[in-house]
Write a protein that binds this ligand. Structure first.
Ligand code: GTR
Length: 330
């Protein structure tokens, strides 16, 4: 019996639909996001869709597939780069193996606050990272927030790096994340987001790391109730367009797409701040055990990882530019 993967079929027919689309008339553009429909990235992505539709007088229409329906980020990313999908919203992590500059905003303890992160991404460093994607057949449209990632696990509160010794921690598919976990003395297990809940239940992993909204929406807190506020990474999300699709747009439509993406960012940030507060409050009320940590020992263990990933003059200059934008919360 031949087993057919539904996702392959869906992606295959999308690719055909995209390839067969006339470029002059009403055009349906396909997008994907791993999160469910009510998640801030998906809501902002929809707002972006509404804006391109309005501003093009109904010519450009976004058809969005949320909830990881089309597969894990690293797979849909590949499909996007060869033009089988028009838009994709991913975290920077799955791009780390494709473009080294995307590793820089993902470095541990790089940003001193969310305000610093937003400032850097809105400025020249952010533009440089987005532009670096073009040679990989991807057009970086804008960044969305992802807040700060902290560790959570099934066993005990993590107060010091030593508490993580021997723990198996799920990470995204990125060498940087593997290196960070090893630097803390734990074992890194790269795994797609959709497998983490089951991985925690079955003990394949003891913990993972993520922001409050993802910890909530993936229901990971049900099995891993110890959330330790390490806030070690503030790697943002990015909204991408396939370069093939971009090249098929008129200059006017490209402008509409770019402006609409940028205009969806303030909306996303408001949704994000509200969602972080809601998730934190709801999960604490549910009995999640949150603990503060002293960041000193975590920073000390994780900072040497920078050496491993900041190698070229361009990478060093980008780090310096970001660090120089720190200080103060305004
Ligand atoms: C979330 C992020 C997703 C994905 C996920 C993960 O915070 O929004 O795009 O990267 O983390 O850990 O896989």
């Amino acid at each position: 019996m031949i087993s057919v993967d539904r996702r392959q079929v869906l992606i295959g027919s999308l690719a055909l639909a995209v390839a067969g689309c006339g470029r002059s008339m009403r055009e349906t553009l396909f997008g994907t996001d791993t999160h469910p429909a009510d998640y801030p990235t998906v809501r902002a992505f929809r707002r972006f869709g509404d804006l391109i539709e309005q501003r093009s007088g109904g010519r450009l229409v976004l058809k969005l597939f949320p909830g990881g329906q089309l597969g894990a980020e690293r797979d849909t990313l590949e499909v996007t780069s060869f033009g089988g999908l028009d838009f994709n919203r991913v975290n920077l992590a799955p791009l780390n193996s494709i473009e080294p500059l995307t590793t820089i905003p993902s470095l541990p303890f790089l940003f001193d606050s969310e305000a610093h992160m937003r400032r850097a991404l809105d400025g020249a460093p952010g533009r440089q990272v987005l532009a670096s994607l073009e040679k990989h057949d991807l057009v970086g449209l804008c960044f969305y927030d992802s807040g700060a990632r902290s560790f959570y696990n099934t066993r005990r509160p993590i107060e010091r790096p030593e508490d993580m010794s021997g723990m198996k921690i799920r990470v995204q598919n990125s060498d940087l994340y593997v290196a960070m976990i090893r630097a803390l003395g734990a074992d890194a297990t790269p795994m797609d987001l959709g497998e983490v809940y089951q991985g925690l239940v079955q003990g394949v992993v003891d913990g993972a790391e993520n922001n409050w909204p993802s910890y909530q929406s993936g229901r990971h807190y049900e099995v891993a109730p110890y959330y330790s506020l390490t806030e070690h990474v503030m790697a943002p999300e990015v909204l991408l367009m396939s370069k093939t699709s971009w090249d098929g747009l008129s200059p006017t439509d490209r402008e509409i797409v770019l402006e609409s993406a940028r205009d969806s960012v303030p909306y996303m940030r408001d949704l994000w701040d509200a969602r972080v507060a809601q998730a934190r409050g709801a999960l604490i009320a549910e009995g999640v055990k949150v603990n503060a940590i002293d960041p000193g020992p975590f920073r000390e263990r994780m900072l040497p990882v920078w050496e491993q990933f900041v190698r070229t003059a361009e990478e060093r200059a980008l780090v310096e530019a970001i660090v120089a934008m720190g200080g103060g919360n305004a």
